[in-house]
Design a protein around this ligand. Structure first.
Ligand SMILES: [Zn+2]
Length: 388
């Protein structure tokens, strides 16, 4: 027996507005996760709000919501935290008002990524309204309030928490804003790794008139940085662009023009593809620095390893759903910064797809209402295809 119309309709615009009005600047929740949980409970989801803590870090609210106890578990992953809006006067509309103007919804989180969360919930509501009690699979949402900053008390811990309950995820779509120029033009199937190097070079202080009596740390630093930039790390792989090194700062802070500095410091960022692990990058860096010679300290901070989910079930379904709604064939990309997909891909196959990232983290972040409708339709098609 099939019962239709069992799930209340959810309007993606309305839900996105309500989420934006909760000013959940990372790591504050400001009511965003309870609001989302209430909407999901209305659709029959069992919601667990989980707070994680860590010494020295703010406690963070997370949400695992699941509807259905059996069948394959399709998961949507995302975050309700947002980056700070910056100066209010730089925005043409209040960043936390969720106002609509000229067919666009404005606010911090509109594209990154409260809008996509609202679209997925609206898609689930429409899917359940049609399938009703006949649906015997599982849909889950893995939502954190700790993605934009430390990401210590967020998705990584929530995945372990879900696994410890004996639950598994069978496929996942991460709703980060991946579209570049038009909704549907890009899916992410992996991400480059990222590490920061803090290089301190030690020399011997002296008079600039007697350089032979000193060891100029500034000169050594220049030579070391030149060595790091002399040749590319690689020339790319089948799904990744070439790895890159970017110097972000060079600091000596020497106020005196006739003193040779004893120490010099630089910070650089390495974005590396799937040919490298962070350990291999570090070994490469140390070899290059050792060849120049001299005393130095190199501190490495790893933000994330590179990963690739080879094109397969999830990216295929997404591409089909996108083509149905937009007519576009999405590029399968690995560009951009890190995301929580770097944790989730160890648990199940995944791909990332969401709104346009043109205004993410910017003043006047906004989304076309038409894109919210189209993304809702795409996510709805994903559910139809996955549970066909
Ligand atoms: Zn995001």
């Amino acid at each position: 027996m099939e019962t239709r119309g069992t799930a209340p309709a959810i309007d993606a615009v309305d839900l996105a507005q309500r989420l934006i009005r909760a000013p959940s600047v990372t790591p504050d929740d400001a009511g965003a996760i309870p609001l989302l949980a209430a909407a999901l409970e209305g659709l029959g989801f069992a919601c667990s709000t989980v707070e994680f803590t860590e010494p020295g870090a703010a406690p963070v609210l997370n949400l695992y919501a699941r509807r259905g106890k059996a069948g394959r578990n399709f998961c949507f992953a995302g975050h309700t935290d947002v980056v700070p809006p910056g100066r209010r006067e730089d925005w043409s509309l209040d960043p936390f008002a969720g106002a609509v103007r000229d067919g666009k919804l404005y606010g911090r989180g509109a594209v990154d990524m409260k809008g996509a969360i609202a679209c997925f919930v609206a898609a689930v509501a429409a899917f359940l309204a049609e399938r009703g009690q006949a649906f015997d699979g599982s849909i889950s949402l893995l939502i954190t309030g700790d993605e934009e900053a430390a990401a210590i008390n967020g998705t990584r811990k929530l995945l372990e928490w879900v696994a410890a309950r004996g639950e598994r995820l069978d496929a996942c779509v991460v709703g980060e804003p991946t579209s570049a120029d038009r909704l549907g033009d890009m899916i992410k199937i992996g991400r480059r790794g990222s590490l920061n190097g803090i290089l301190t070079v030690h020399g011997v202080q002296g008079h600039t008139a007697y350089p032979h009596l000193a060891d100029n740390a500034a000169h050594r630093l220049v030579a070391m940085l030149a060595a790091l930039l002399a040749a590319p790390l690689d020339d790319g792989t089948s799904h990744f662009p070439a790895s890159t090194i970017a110097i972000s700062t060079i600091d000596i802070g020497n106020p005196t023009s006739n003193v040779i500095p004893a120490a010099a410091r630089a910070v650089f960022n390495v974005r590396f593809n799937d040919r490298w692990t962070s350990a291999a990058v570090e070994a490469w860096l140390r070899q290059a620095l050792d060849r120049v010679g001299g005393r130095y300290d190199l501190e490495i901070k790893v933000s994330g390893e590179s990963f690739l989910v080879p094109p397969g079930a999830v990216s295929d379904i997404l591409a089909t759903a996108i083509a149905r709604v937009t007519g576009l064939t999405p590029a399968l990309s690995t560009t951009g910064g890190t995301s929580d997909a770097r944790f989730i891909h160890r648990f199940c196959p995944l791909a990332e797809f969401g709104l346009l990232n043109l205004t993410a983290h910017k003043v006047d972040e906004c989304v076309d209402l038409a894109d919210l409708a189209a993304l809702t339709a795409i996510y709805r098609n994903v559910l139809d295809l996955y549970f066909a």
